[in-house]
Design a protein around this ligand. Sequence first.
Ligand code: 5AD
Ligand code: SF4
Length: 449
Amino acid sequence: MRGTYFIQTWGCQMNEEDSEQMGLYLEQLGFRPSSGLEEAHVVLLNTCSVRKKPEDKAFSLLGELVPLKRRRPEMVIGVCGCMAQIRADEIKQRAPHVDFVVGTAQISEIPGLVEEAFQKRKFAKRLALPERKGAVVTDIPQRKVDRQTKLKAFVPIQYGCDKFCTYCIVPATRGRERSRATQDILAEVQMLVERGTREVTLLGQTVNSYGKNLAEGRVPFSQLLWRLSEIEGLRRIRYTSPYPRDFKSDLIETIRDCPAVMEHVHLPLQSGNNEMLQAMKRVYTQESFREIVHQLRAAVPGIGLTTDIIVGFPGESEEQFEETLAFVEEIEFDGAYMFIYSPRPGTPAADLPQLPYPVKQARLSRLAAAQDEISCRHNSEQAGKILEVLVEGRSPKDRTMAKGYSRDFRMVHFLAPDDLEDRTGRLAAVRAERGFRWGVQGQFLDWLE
Ligand code: 5AD
Ligand code: SF4
């Protein structure tokens, strides 16, 4: 063993997945996870730029590292992820104790950068981003697959984004949309399943536009789902996040007919008002969104639906906000991530006149209160139903309880059966009894396998 490493991650599941890859690279160099930041030999910050807050947190942690690095100058500090991609110069200037900055498409450079940093202390950066559009993309990173058993695994199938919503920094931080070859995805999932994975979540910025510009020709997302579902032992497939306009009937039919695909869709709405959607450059309308929801609910009764919403986008009037609120009350999502609009320098919406923060804050509170009531009601309406739960183990908050998720992606808690430890990772039948905002409490009935 050469030393220890510590990785601090902010942001989305793609970042969590990248951090895991970084950890595997460092393990290959002979480093092991450290119990804390203080004693680590290598510290990586995997940053997020989607809103201002995670950027502030990264700079604040960099500040905390100043005295540590002074005490132990041999400590290697690297900044990776979305903020590294777009603020490398600012990071170098504000945090001269950083050894290297790595962009979102260069994480395979990390082992070399760590070695370099140990030998000669000179600031380094690797920021190249595949920018070509239209051509077949070949520079998809080679991935490492964990050797340990993982019940649920994230699998990136697409990187970058070509949509350019006017609030969003991701096209700048992650570059143009590119898909991984189907064979590579199938091989990775096969390997994961052989090592004990039972559920995969496919990741992509606009995951349902997967499959363009592949050397093998176009592979529709629904076809990828069908091919994955043939992998024996894979019980559940999820994906996040689809883009509403590209949500076509073949995908709806696949959710209905393909046994491994879970009955849950996370479909970001962002706003329920057409003028706002247009200002955000989201190319769908309230009406077309409603139509997708109707089709989904008609094809797959009881399907779980969750969403993302932004309040306080520049120019959003009280009436326009209330239209979003009314739409949320009409659609009745099972859950929603709700955000206050955060201006991202370099995006078109950041240059527009901004709403006062208290106005945005008040709208978020109203929307969240409405959604909480709906989530709680939907979960309560599960009472009496028998849910198929993929059992993950004990609940961290109450060790007498077991936890897992239902097929429509509700968190389910139930009194742990005696043989829980032997059976963790299997499917169980649980009768729902009570609903809460966070999910459902139920009673264990039987193991299903
Ligand atoms: N401000 C607030 N929320 C944002 N999101 C993306 N960009 C911003 C921003 N500038 C939200 C969107 C997206 C989710 C991942 O983050 O709702 O779906
Ligand atoms: Fe953060 Fe978005 Fe980048 Fe994910 S894609 S790391 S949420 S900015």
